[in-house]
Design a binder for this molecule. Structure first.
Ligand SMILES: CC/C=C\C/C=C/C(=O)SCCNC(=O)CCNC(=O)[C@H](O)C(C)(C)COP(=O)(O)OP(=O)(O)OC[C@H]1O[C@@H](n2cnc3c(N)ncnc32)[C@H](O)[C@@H]1OP(=O)(O)O
Length: 723
């Protein structure tokens, strides 16, 4: 776990070894502390170099221990890590951290205990504890501000953002960056500093870094943390802890840090966020019904890609590919879009501190389909029209190399129908990106009935290379994410009919922690998107059978409110009005619109609906339980492999608050019997709404005694599965 050897006489090399990421479990921390003490006691040693194993320094404290997944009380883990960092800092001989790969969380705290830090040019450093519902509790909130200054530390701790070695050097977080062998560089460095006095290198002995504008900085940081946190406790605790670094002596600051950690660690929020962390790793371990899986199906290399259509989605996809270093042929007829992509690439290059040319030279714009011939993979991102896409796929099937993967960015259309239009259905797969595609971390990989393991493996792997979390789902209308959105949006519309207002519904959902309420979200994405889908499905517009009542379709309740808004030209932000009013077309600031309230009054009168007072609980339960109920159906049918897949999709793609774990985690936390009983209650009140009928899987789980969510995946394997 922690080996100690000597290199070149007086330099002791300590190697932290706990694959895959050298996590600091309680046992590993204790072992390393012993190794540090032995090296210090060795009279032949003058200086210590601490490095990791397998190309990485350390991924932090062992999250499995923190999450209570292994049998080590969390206090033992915390105290072992604190003791290790203290022992390193107190060492009488210089300790140099040799950082490659990552130094994250407890790993960076350990490096902060060292007297010097050397980083490889590709290393990443950060304190991401806040993303796990925690805070750095091995002195990180107290040492970092004493090293890089108060404002930078506040930002890094409260956001959990990691930095490159280059930025770390600029911040003063590391002393030297090398592009060569980090151990070699650290040993060289160690020999130079072997006799340096250590007092000023012990960060805990430095005075509190109190900036003149402390109060303003804190107020701004607190407001920002509260706004971004959407009810999460950890970001605010992080600000409080860093504040202590500026206002209290080190030991008192440390004590506050420990107290805040003791409050956060056992909280439901931390549990939920740690569940999200592991869920995002579980979803990478996909499998198909034929037995192909992530272990036995190698991905094909993608060294050249093509994107067709540079609208909102296509340009984000092109930027993601370029950022990952993949040359792209981009096909688009509208010159305006080419300028937009060029500007986006220039901005991205500036953000990554690279020359614009390094990105621009990776893109070739074209109008000719034959230029796509050489691509290993094509992503189609044209208008959401099945006939158009089928034609395009048929043409691509003739014009591209026979082994080129053909992927569609469709958000709901039938991937099997696209595959059937080609001569290579096994190489067709859905790659559903989320807008903006260069920002959002989610990729739904839609496995068609005939998609081959290599096609799925390549799409999943490409997602990871683009920095996304790829989730494999089976083909069905709307796949997993958008399919679940339908009953959620429907309930919200029914609530408007019954007396609620868009701002009331949105306020409840945003209080719950959603990035945006359902109506603000719909205004942002454009009401016409759903309108077109409903028209194609015969639910809206001229295709509705004559004589069908306005509020019923196929014998079930239907709300035509969104269709009516579209007929009035209210398509959302792009037209300056939708469920809300905006400053003008393209405006962002939503204000309640008196027109809409009159419109709702008239609508209710016309249909004899008596508005009633609707409380927050009803809004939440009807929207969220209808959504989760559809999630159970998706699991039942095997469209998604487990609750972790659905929760990852919702947290990363739909703004579900991570501190509530995701929709399936949420209903499990509320209690499945209680959720079943509420759905039964709503179903009795609204017998013509099939989405409120509790799913068979929910009933089954309740009948089985509501097993914990960690067991659902295994239980589902016994049911019909498409994945
Ligand atoms: C004791 C408390 C005192 C002080 C507070 C300190 C708290 C902390 O340090 S909390 C931990 C902070 N660290 C992180 O949040 C980093 C989490 N890990 C990652 O971001 C990534 O895993 C990585 C960048 C380190 C590596 O990424 P990648 O190469 O893509 O691999 P995977 O993400 O697939 O991970 C591989 C494998 O390792 C497991 N794992 C990763 N980090 C940890 C960890 N800190 N503890 C335990 N296990 C970890 C991950 O689950 C994967 O395992 P499985 O495939 O079995 O799931």
């Amino acid at each position: 776990m922690a080996q100690y050897s000597r290199v070149r006489g007086s330099v002791a090399l300590l190697r932290l070894t706990n694959p895959p990421v050298n996590a600091l479990s309680a046992a590993v921390s204790r072992d390393l502390e012993r190794a540090v003490r032995s090296a210090c006691a060795d009279s032949a040693v003058r200086v210590l170099v601490l490095r990791g194993h397998g190309g990485t320094f350390c991924g932090g404290a062992d999250i499995r221990e923190l999450a209570g997944l292994v049998d080590v009380p969390f206090r033992v883990g915390v105290s072992s890590l604190v003791a290790l960092v203290d022992a390193v800092e107190a060492a009488e001989k210089p300790v140099v951290a040799a950082i490659e790969g990552v130094a994250l969380g407890g790993g960076l705290e350990l490096a902060l205990g060292c007297h010097f830090r050397i980083a490889h040019g590709q290393a990443r450093l950060g304190l991401p504890e806040v993303t796990l519902g925690l805070l750095p509790a091995a002195g990180g909130t107290q040492r970092l501000p004493r090293l890089v200054g108060f404002p930078a530390a506040l930002e890094l701790v409260a956001t959990g953002r990691d930095v490159s070695a280059e930025e770390a050097l600029a911040l003063g977080l590391v002393d030297h960056v090398t592009d060569g062998d980090v151990e070699e560089a650290a040993v060289e460095f160690a020999r130079r500093v072997a006799d340096e006095p250590l007092a000023s290198r012990r960060l805990s002995t430095r005075p509190p870094p109190r900036p003149a504008d402390l109060d303003t900085l804190l107020q701004v940081a607190l407001e920002r943390a509260q706004r971004r946190a959407r009810g999460a406790l950890a970001p605010v605790a992080c600000v409080q802890a860093v504040r202590a670094a500026a206002t209290l002596p080190f030991t008192q600051g440390l004590q506050l840090e420990q107290e805040l950690m003791a409050a956060l660690l056992p909280s439901n929020q931390a549990r939920a966020m740690q569940y999200c962390f592991f869920a995002q790793r579980i979803v990478g371990k996909w499998s198909l019904p034929g037995g192909a899986n992530w272990r036995n199906s190698p991905a094909r290399a993608v060294s050249r890609a093509a994107v067709i259509g540079l609208g909102t989605m296509g340009r984000g996809i092109a930027v993601s590919l370029v950022r990952a270093g993949i040359p792209v042929v981009a096909m688009e007829t509208d010159e305006k879009q080419l300028r937009v992509v060029t500007a986006m690439l220039e901005r991205e290059a500036a953000k990554q501190r690279r020359s614009p040319d390094s990105y621009l030279q990776l893109v070739q714009f074209t109008l000719e389909r034959r230029d796509l011939g050489d691509a290993d993979l094509v992503v189609e991102a044209v208008f959401e029209d099945l006939a158009l896409k089928k034609r395009l796929f048929a043409e691509l099937s003739s014009s591209c190399r026979p082994d080129t993967l053909l992927c569609s960015n469709t958000s709901a259309l039938d991937v099997d129908a696209l595959a059937a239009a080609t001569r290579r259905p096994e190489l067709v797969v859905g790659m559903h990106f989320f807008a903006p595609a260069h920002v959002m971390k989610l990729l739904e990989v839609v496995c068609g009935a005939r998609s081959s393991p290599v096609a799925v493996a390549t799409a999943m792997q490409l997602g990871k290379r683009l920095g996304k979390v790829s989730v494999a789902v089976a083909n069905c209308p709307g796949f997993a994410g958008n399919r679940m959105l339908k009953p959620y949006v429907e309930q919200a519309s029914f609530l408007l009919e019954e007396g609620a207002t868009p701002q009331q519904v949105d306020a409840v959902l945003e209080d719950f922690g959603f990035a945006m309420g359902v109506f603000r979200m719909s205004d942002l994405s454009g009401l016409d998107v759903g309108w077109r889908v409903r028209e194609e499905a015969g639910l809206a517009g001229p295709t509705v059978p004559p004589g069908e009542s306005a509020r019923r379709r196929h014998g079930c309740r239907y709300s035509p409110l969104a269709d009516l808004l579209c007929e009035h030209g209210r398509l959302g932000q792009k037209t300056g009005r939708g469920w809300y009013l905006y400053e003008g077309p393209g405006g962002r600031a939503a204000t309640p619109d008196p027109w809409l309230h009159d419109f709702l009054d008239q609508y209710r009168r016309r249909h004899g609906l008596r508005p009633r007072r609707i409380d927050q609980q009803e809004v939440l339960e009807r929207c969220l339980y209808a959504l989760a109920n559809e999630g159970f159906r998706i699991l039942e049918e095997g469209v998604a492999a487990g609750p972790e897949d659905i929760d990852t999709i919702y947290v990363l793609g739909y703004g579900w608050p991570a501190h509530r774990g995701g929709p399936m985690y949420h209903v499990a936390a509320v209690g499945l019997p209680a959720v079943l009983s509420r759905l039964e209650h709503f179903r009795r009140l609204h017998p013509d709404v099939p989405q409120l009928r509790p799913s068979a899987l929910l009933r089954h789980l309740v009948a089985e005694g509501s097993p914990p969510i960690s067991r659902w995946r295994e239980l589902l394997k016994g049911l019909r599965s498409q994945l």
